[in-house]
Design a protein around this ligand. Structure first.
Ligand code: ADP
Ligand code: MG
Length: 442
């Protein structure tokens, strides 16, 4: 019994779970262990009654009966509940062990699995046996019939991994809130099972053609940033959706090349100022970041970056673009610790737009709408899924997403937060968070 409980505690702690006919864990024996414990309890009880009766003392006999009989009656139910409990706890082990036999896999097959509320990850370790390896790589169908969900398959050098998504990810529905909802939680829920934390994976890259939903997503993101007391600067060289915010966010919105350059310079200056304060020996805290020094996040949102670069036709214009891009490079490479972040959106992420080394430094990467294989590669680089597994993105505002450090190796399908533009008044929402003290935090 203690063995079972100990193993359960280890599982709750997150220890790896092995399933194999040759490496039996306590589960294989749980019925026997419980039967053994039950037999022992009955033997002890009988001995207890025996002691009572041989005592020849009516007081002792009554005491023995009053204590022993309820235990004797209750123990059946108690052990039945325990059996149910462990059967439920080891449900997955049970299914996988059965699976090894039913799928006719080699008896030496070893399976490792991990389970949380949204995912079940099952790894079949490879051995040297080529027939077995071949078998292990083709288990989607039989596994789907055991678990009722079709898994995603990943063939790795050491093992074949099948991932079952237990809950269908749900698109976030954005609705107006009654009053402002400021928060200090840096985690931003992007829906569809994705949570983004800029402190862990700084900076954002969004690619996608016209009408794919870039501006809608940026609007949603902007409000999420303002809920987190962020200071936000906006560059919209096409002076479209975001440019209109000029009337509400004043000189934090730039649409002309000169102004865009000025805004990026402001962010770089603020970043340098923060570093000099953070590195001052008087304030120095080892391993600290902007939050520890009481700074709010500072965001530069840059929509339609390609259009900005294309706008430079003469020498002066090219110089402005060059300066701006140099500022952006500094923010990408140095911004994180100082809490200075950037979001870059463009229709196409060409090397001239942002070179691939810099792109790889952007923690959250999103491709909205349909993109060419090259288009996806420009955004996700090494994390691009194989061409034949690009998802269908016919749903408005859907695409692929990749969060650096999330543990996933490839970008995956995602639907951006849904905003019903006929009901959701973006400006009204924005104004809830543009309070004088919070907004102008510099
Ligand atoms: N997340 C979304 N929720 C609701 N509608 C969306 C969403 N994304 C895109 N759309 C629809 O697509 C249109 C174009 O989106 P937009 O953000 O302007 O694209 P882009 O900036 O990429 O050109 C929007 O006006 C809206 O009707
Ligand atoms: Mg747009």
């Amino acid at each position: 019994m203690w063995g079972l409980l100990k193993e359960r505690r280890a599982r709750i702690r997150g220890d790896t779970k092995f399933v194999s006919l040759y490496l039996p864990n306590n589960f294989i024996n749980y019925r026997r262990i419980l039967k053994f414990d039950q037999t022992w309890l009955i033997v002890i009880l009988l001995f207890w009654f025996f002691c009572g009766f041989v005592s020849n003392n009516w007081l002792t006999e009554i005491f023995v009966c009053v204590t022993g009989i309820p235990i004797l009656l209750k123990q059946y139910k108690y052990f039945k509940n325990l059996r149910h409990f462990f059967r439920y706890e080891y449900e997955t082990d049970y299914k996988l062990l059965n699976f090894i036999q039913e799928a006719d896999l080699d008896e030496s097959t070893v399976i490792v699995y991990e389970e949380n509320s949204s995912e079940l990850l099952v790894r079949f370790l490879k051995s040297n046996n080529p027939t077995l390896i071949n078998q292990l790589e083709n288990l989607e169908k039989p596994l789907a019939s055991v678990f009722g969900i079709t898994p995603e398959k990943f063939v790795r050098e050491q093992y074949v991994e099948y991932i079952f998504t237990l809950v269908k990810p749900e698109r976030l529905m954005v609705t107006a809130t009654e009053k402002s909802e400021f928060t200090d939680d840096m985690n931003i829920n992007l829906g569809y099972g994705i949570v983004y934390n800029p402190v862990k994976s700084p900076h954002v890259l969004i690619g996608g053609g016209t009408g794919s939903g870039k501006s809608i997503f940026i609007s949603f993101f902007l409000i999420e940033l303002m809920k987190r007391h962020a200071t936000v600067f906006i560059c919209d060289p096409k002076n479209s959706d975001l440019g209109n915010l000029e009337h509400y966010l004043d000189d934090h919105v730039a649409v002309t090349p000169n102004n865009i350059s000025r805004v990026t310079r402001l962010v770089v200056e603020e970043m340098k100022k923060r570093y000099s304060i953070m590195n001052d020996p008087m304030n120095f805290k080892y391993g600290s970041n902007f939050v520890d020094h009481g700074f709010n996040p500072l965001w530069l949102i840059f929509d339609e970056m390609g259009a900005f670069q294309a706008s430079a036709t003469d020498k002066a214009g090219k110089k402005i673009v060059e300066e701006t891009m140099a500022n952006i490079k500094q923010i990408i490479l140095l911004g994180r610790q100082a809490g200075c972040f950037i979001l870059v959106a463009a229709q196409q992420m060409r090397a001239e737009t942002l070179n691939s080394d810099l792109r790889d430094n952007l923690g959250l990467r999103i491709a909205l709408g349909a993109n060419s294989p090259d288009g996806y590669r420009m955004i996700f680089n090494a994390h691009t899924p194989p061409t034949d597994s690009f998802p269908d993105v016919s749903v408005k505002g859907s695409g692929m997403i990749y969060v650096e450090g999330s543990g996933e190796s490839q970008a995956k399908y995602w639907e951006s937060p849904f905003i019903d533009t006929t009901k959701f008044n973006f400006i009204e929402e924005l104004l809830k968070y543009k309070t004088a003290d919070k907004y102008f935090s510099e």
